[in-house]
Design a protein around this ligand. Structure first.
Ligand code: SF4
Ligand code: SF4
Length: 397
């Protein structure tokens, strides 16, 4: 065995033994751990309230570490780099029925590679078979129609992707074969997020929705959450850190992320949330919020963050300025990829995703009309931010 492989195997084995061995719980060891589990809708599946977004998963051992801390829900996708492969590496040390594993109807191309309208039933099935093979498991607990509202600005076209007959037929076949248990849908806009998620809830086909949801915006999301709860549809929130801006703020020892999580989780319709976990430190920083009440101190922290970043955070899922640019620049998508680069530390994904946009912010470099000025109700200096985005995401400096 090569030294590198030996070290890798050793790291996995060490984490695995921590998971399998009879042991004290993490809390008894003095560490942090999950404190609350909630059923997802009416599926009978109970998830850890703070769960693992695997979009930037660095290793198999981090999966085992997360499980050791009580995390039961793992969100991955074929186009999240080596995420599915790492989970597959960890799988031999995982009791499969103790975790909830979700993936997406996507292909392993550069992000985003959501299966578009026109995909055949066989192609949908092949996408899931690919995930199962990489994940080294027999089934997914949920498969998602991913990022509804992102592929096309035309609501009707995205509605067709949401309720595509080929997708539904593939899901039925996958379910009968025992390869998938439940169907879900995610959305971070930028267009029609709330309307499309409401359509998903009303359709009766979906057992869970995953909206972008945080303390900075989303006036219409409460209606969707209420309806989802009424119909027994589960809700897992994402993008809960409102941009996760670089924080030079002094919260006097308190942690902004924990306050943001507690805000999201105080909503009774929300079963849990996912957050990108890239390190053991992330797990240790995030889990103290599990099962905790939202307090007046949390409110103060969130107000402080909103005051500092409210005019630089492009609200994920907003899209109110879409269509104002005469050059067709994809404003919200560009600014989201800038957030991935600058605030999430996902540089590669941000740049490859931006490269795939049809209408990048290059036009902003020479634009004199600036019809986008004043289009953002939150006061973002859109033109200036887009010029910066284009420089950053293309290394055009
Ligand atoms: S720039 Fe402003 S209006 Fe446009 S999507 Fe972002 S927050 Fe919404
Ligand atoms: S600066 Fe010009 S090109 Fe860029 S988004 Fe605004 S109007 Fe469009």
């Amino acid at each position: 065995m090569k030294r590198r492989d030996f070290l890798k195997a050793g790291a996995i084995a060490a984490a695995a033994s921590a998971f399998n061995a009879p042991k004290m719980g993490a809390a008894e060891e003095g560490g942090v751990s999950v404190k609350r589990y909630t059923e997802i809708g009416k599926t009978g599946l109970k998830m850890s309230d703070i769960s693992c977004g695997c979009g930037s998963l660095p290793s198999a051992s981090l999966v085992l570490r997360a499980i050791d801390k009580g995390i039961t829900y793992f969100d991955t996708a074929p186009d999240y780099g080596k995420s599915e492969t790492y989970i597959g590496e960890a799988m031999k040390n995982i009791k499969r029925d103790k975790i909830i594993l979700v993936s997406k109807f996507c292909t392993p191309l550069p992000y985003p590679s959501h299966l578009p309208l026109g995909t055949t039933k066989d192609q949908y099935i092949a996408a899931v078979d690919g995930s199962l093979s990489r994940l080294k498991t027999d089934y997914l607990d949920f498969v998602f129609v991913h990022a509804i509202g992102e592929v096309d600005k035309d609501k009707d076209k995205e509605l067709k992707r949401l309720l595509d007959d080929n997708m539904l037929a593939a899901y039925d076949a996958l379910k009968k074969a025992g390869k998938v248990k439940h169907l879900a849908v995610s959305s971070h806009g930028p267009t029609n997020m709330e309307d499309l998620l409401m359509a998903a809830v009303d359709s009766g086909h979906f057992e869970m929705i995953m909206p972008a949801f945080n303390f900075m915006k989303f006036p219409k999301i409460p209606d969707v959450l209420t309806e989802a709860k009424k119909k027994g549809v589960g809700v897992v929130a994402m993008k809960t850190l409102a941009g996760a801006k670089d924080m030079k703020l002094d919260f006097k020892g308190a942690d902004f992320a924990q306050s943001a999580f507690k805000w999201t989780l105080k909503h009774p319709e929300v079963n849990g949330l996912i957050v990108t976990m890239k390190s053991v430190a992330d797990i240790d920083n995030y889990l103290p919020a599990s099962g905790q009440e939202f307090t007046a101190a949390d409110e103060r922290i969130l107000n402080q963050y909103a005051h500092a970043h409210g005019s630089s955070y492009c609200r994920t899922g907003c899209g109110l300025c879409e269509g104002v640019c005469e050059n067709g620049v994809e404003i919200a998508a560009s600014l989201r990829y800038q957030m991935y680069f600058r605030d999430y530390g996902m540089e590669k994904r941000a740049m490859t995703s931006y490269a795939q946009l049809k209408n990048k912010a290059e036009a902003c470099l020479t634009c004199t009309s600036a019809t986008c000025a004043g289009a953002c109700p939150y006061g973002l200096p859109v033109a200036e931010m887009l010029r910066d985005t284009h420089h950053t995401l293309t290394f055009n400096i």
